[in-house]
Write a protein that binds this ligand. Sequence first.
Ligand code: M6R
Length: 598
Amino acid sequence: MCGIIGYSGQRKPLPILLDGLSRLEYRGYDSAGIAIIDGESLTIEKKEGKLQVLKDHLVDKEINGNIGIGHTRWATHGVPSDENAHPHYDNNQDFAIIHNGIIENYAEMKEVLLNENYEFKSETDTEVVAVELSRQWTGNLLETVCNVAKGLEGTYALVVITIKDPETIVAGRMMSPLVLGVGEDEVFLASDSAAILEHTNKMIFLENGDFVEIKNGQYQLFDIDMNEITREVQLIDWEVSEAEKSGHDHFMYKEILEQSEVIERTITGRLELGSEQIPIDLEHAKKFEKIWIVACGTAYHAGLFGKDLFEKVLGIPVSVELASEFRYREPIVGKNDLGIVISQSGETMDTIAATELLKDNGSHVLALVNVVGSSLARMADSVLYLHVGPEIGVASTKAYLGMLVGQLLLAKHWDEFNKLETSFDEISELPFLIKKALECEPQIKEISKSINDKKDIYFIGRGLDYALAAEGALKLKEISYLHAEALAAGELKHGTLALIEKGTPVVVTASQHHLLDKTTSNVQEVKARGAYVIAIGDNSSKKLQDISDNYVTLPEASEMLSTIISIIPLQFIAYHVANLNGESIDQPRNLAKSVTVE
Ligand code: M6R
């Protein structure tokens, strides 16, 4: 949430900042702004709206300098407006600050400052920090930022420049992500590594309480008491092209299409028993008494899939929890439990808090994450990386598939008695199966034309198909703004069936071969009420094919793999419905890719 970029070096900052902001825009797109110091003056430009509005505004402006900062905003305090856009500045316009996170004690701080006759132009928490910086100025930027930070409650990644020390950038983090990119005599700051990957693949992931002072393209790291510290420089092996659209209209579309290749990477080196890439071996796994799978949104839906797998192979109870709820109740977590936290970004605030709870109770935490070096990866005792490359579209697609496959790999390594009925050889066929499943796109494109004008769409399924239904409905809602609801197919008759009328679209996935007859009966029930049925399955169900208005045939595979590939038509439904309706697919309203606030 909110994208941050910073630059210090010999090049002009403006193009670097704007380019970085384009790559970060998925983190927030309510407004954008930059601040640049050219030695004598501090220029601040900011505009409400998408980044393009700022770019158009700057098109004829010549802004030189050697240091600069930029921000793309997802509003928390105050509506999207020019005034609330970052960077914020103090009353004399000496300091400029960008910030991602929430300062919880800003109201108290503001009251004190108002009593001292300081003025405020915005409704944001960040402006209070800008004013406080000028109030507490010591003559040293690092010292001033650290002093002010000591009085902040809440979360932040913040980056500050001042005309009083025109060569210096100071940044710090507490719970919000901040990455330092190390180049040749130049240094970059960003909310995530993909934004600066074209300049360097050497990254330092700042830890909570870390501060950095950057001067003339060189950096030094400190703790909040200004003691020098060191952090490891990590090499990121993502390709720049992976964070680009490569000729497609939308990142989401590109990310759906590349799922076959990326899943190849997820499974590589992990298809042999005893593989070092599987972080917890069978002997260790057998010692756990309970598993807690904790995640948000799409990652939570992926966790619903994992529950059945882990219960089956380990014979212990598995509870799947929404991180935002889990952290505020009092779950009975024991020290012999395993917490599996799932997250694409590895920065989701609720999941991080839930991870702290698991750790505080002594359980072992395994993180399934995509972003290398992210907060969750660093907090966890063990990590299984998804290796699906950067995911830019706000609607998660390839990361979801990676989460399903990651859990399948874990379960397969723990499957002492072959309960999963899927072999490593079959799993190695997954990239091919995904490629075949992607061939359903033309049919889905046609089907989308018959449902894109509907108001309500239902997704149903039994067993693991219900987990898919939940994800299919979320995908459609977040990018098409249509109302979609997922239901366990057998639950329909307990209430929601009342909403089915002539023409109501009902999407059903039927990958659970052992439940096919039951699912088919539920489809008959909605058909009898006039529903327009879109069914997804393989060739094994003649009956379901006959009663459906549309039947999308997927390649034959074992039940587990059928379930995994069945998400592909659901992703295409969401994409094509939203595209037909002209919606902003990669940047849906009100949302942001990485949710780093509560
Ligand atoms: O980065 P995470 O996987 O932790 O993100 C969790 C959710 O915010 C995320 O999955 C969200 O639901 C997506 N927009 C869904 O497409």
